[in-house]
Design a protein around this ligand. Structure first.
Ligand code: ZN
Length: 353
């Protein structure tokens, strides 16, 4: 009999739910909009109803491991509370885990959404062949997750791995977290659009200005397309994105010396536009990288999937794109109840006590 779990990805815009078995097979996947404006009780009601109907469908066909929920914002593992979430206003200090457990009478594991995405890539994606990895998720904001020995590194309370708020420019643009010049302000979709607007204001980016006036949905995607078409203004923005990512990755490589660093999220589709500047910065800033870099001519190493035989006697640092796309968080969330109890961290026991 197979085991299955329910993964929930609760975003500020979409609520996604999937039933996934222990082999990683997605049995069912649904997406509905998150009506955050109607309040958290409404969202929790909708979520629980959707979880229940999905669970019932598969309950007879396998052993049910539980529910994993990925939420944006910083969470406290021990209490199962969302401590702060810009995307979920009104959820501050709300006992999300206990509320869902009370309504569904089953085990719920709460996790930060970017941590869940890192766990998903570790299980079935770019990190499937390694024990330890680190992931940056470049979307509206920038999320991060560190997975060590197959488990999310939580730190003391569950808030570790906020890699999007590593500082790159202390006097840079203000960040939602209260700091200035965080990676999130230099490498997110929001940041790319802001930098384009700034470039247009200087009068030195005429093609970007034309695009903004003609495209009703002027976004980071448009800036990416223009960079790939060779527009210098757009290319400069992606060089800045790459440089900021390189600064942070060089630091992470120096700190952790992990075998793989994965970049996911919507902005990662702009890999070809930002990767050259990113790799240049990493080579310049990180002596650990230079000592562990793959051979220059090794095709398909940086930026594509790691083949099974890519871990030779001489171990190298791999920096690569994520493989699971927008499903990473959902898959990782479903993985949470499956590996619960395998953690070496005491909080897993504490939480249940
Ligand atoms: Zn920040």
């Amino acid at each position: 009999m197979t085991t299955f779990a329910i993964g929930v990805d609760l975003g500020g815009t979409n609520l996604r739910i999937a039933a996934i078995d222990s082999n990683g097979k997605v049995l069912e996947k649904t997406t509905t909009s998150t009506e955050v404006a109607r309040g958290r009780d409404f969202v929790i009601d909708e979520m629980c109803a959707a979880i229940q109907s999905t669970t019932l469908k598969f309950r007879a066909s396998g052993k049910f491991a539980g529910i994993g929920v990925g939420v944006p914002g910083i969470i406290e593992m021990q209490t199962g509370m969302v401590r702060e979430s810009p995307n979920l206003p009104g959820w501050h200090d709300y006992p999300v885990r206990d509320e869902i457990e009370r309504r569904l009478r089953t085990t719920v594991v709460l996790e930060n959404d970017a941590n869940a995405a890192a766990l998903g890539e570790k299980w079935l994606g770019a990190g499937a062949n390694v024990d330890d990895m680190c992931m940056l998720t470049l979307g509206t904001g920038v999320g991060g997750g560190i997975v060590l020995k197959g488990q999310v590194w939580h730190g003391m309370t569950g808030m570790a791995g906020e890699l999007g708020h590593i500082n790159v420019a202390p006097n840079g643009p203000p960040c939602n977290c209260g700091s200035c010049g965080c990676l999130e302000q230099l490498a997110s979709a929001t940041a790319i659009k802001r930098m384009a607007v700034e470039a247009i204001a200087t009068g030195k980016a005429p093609e970007l200005a034309r695009a903004m006036n003609s495209e009703p949905e002027f976004s980071s995607k448009v800036v990416h397309q223009m960079a790939m078409q060779g527009d210098e203004g757009a290319r400069e923005i992606f060089r800045k994105v790459g440089d900021a990512l390189g600064v942070v990755l060089a630091d992470l490589i120096n700190i952790f010396n992990l075998p793989i660093y994965v970049i996911g999220g919507g902005v990662s589709s702009g890999w070809d536009a930002f990767a050259p500047a990113m790799m240049e910065r990493i080579r310049k800033n990180s002596f650990v990288y230079r000592a562990t870099a793959p051979a220059e001519n090794a095709r398909g190493v940086q930026g594509s999937h790691v083949p099974d035989d890519a871990l030779p006697a001489r171990r190298t640092t791999i920096i690569t794109r994520a493989l699971l796309g927008s499903d990473a968080g959902l898959i990782g969330a479903a993985r949470l109840p499956m590996i619960m109890g395998q953690s070496a961290e005491p909080e897993a026991e504490l939480k249940r006590a």
